[in-house]
Ligand binder design. Structure first.
Ligand SMILES: [Zn+2]
Length: 204
């Protein structure tokens, strides 16, 4: 008896680190090409149409479509988060008057993301930090944060702006609107978020 059949043959292409959605963390992966073969006595004989590449997690062995590699890794995301919050808070500080309350609010916020962020680092950043990469950091967050996450981030930055008890001035508002836009928020959503906090802080 002749035994015919099909078999998928995987071949490793590259390896790296990715965010495994199955496990919710950064793991090593192998990218594999996959091709169906016509088999004779279980031996792959005739190659058929090439299948889509698969990404195989080397920790849980789950297989994913290659698009899974477009998601940022957890470490990349937390780094972008830290740098985005730091840069945006500094941009806000630079456009207002620097008060102790403003400094405290910024340190409180940034030290959530960057361990050991303190007064000395803030003063250094105030004069030296290059804000050129800020839109890139914000942009990389926009696809990973949901609407609530974006609003929360902007909310925290507005708190930095109003900490000096002088409300939100024209240039602070422009910075906040730009940050919101880089995060992928609509202008109306940004204005609403800013205004609700400004009103709240005026009453307090
Ligand atoms: Zn996994």
């Amino acid at each position: 008896m002749i035994i015919w059949g099909f078999r998928v043959v995987y071949r490793a292409l590259t390896t790296g680190i990715f965010y495994c959605p199955e496990e919710g963390g950064d793991r090593p992966y192998t990218l594999k090409s996959s091709q169906r073969f016509f088999t004779l006595f279980f031996i792959p004989l005739i190659p058929l149409k090439q299948n889509a590449n698969v990404v195989e997690c080397q920790s849980c062995m789950s297989k994913f479509y290659e698009t899974v590699l477009q998601r940022p890794t957890a470490s990349l995301l937390s780094n972008a988060m830290g740098e985005a919050v730091r840069g945006a808070a500094i941009a806000v500080l630079r456009s207002g008057t620097l008060t102790d309350a403003g400094k405290q609010q910024t340190i409180l916020l940034v030290s959530h993301y960057i361990t050991g962020y303190d007064d000395a680092m803030l003063l250094h950043d105030k004069s030296q930090l290059d804000l050129g990469p800020l839109p890139t950091h914000l942009g990389s967050l926009s696809s990973s944060l949901d609407e609530h996450g974006r609003e929360l981030l902007l909310h925290h930055l507005v708190l930095v702006a109003v900490a000096d008890k002088a409300g939100v001035n024209e240039s602070e508002r422009n910075i906040l609107l730009q940050v919101g836009s880089d995060l992928g928020m609509t202008e109306a959503h940004c204005r609403g978020t800013i205004d609700s906090i400004v009103e709240g802080s005026a009453k307090a």
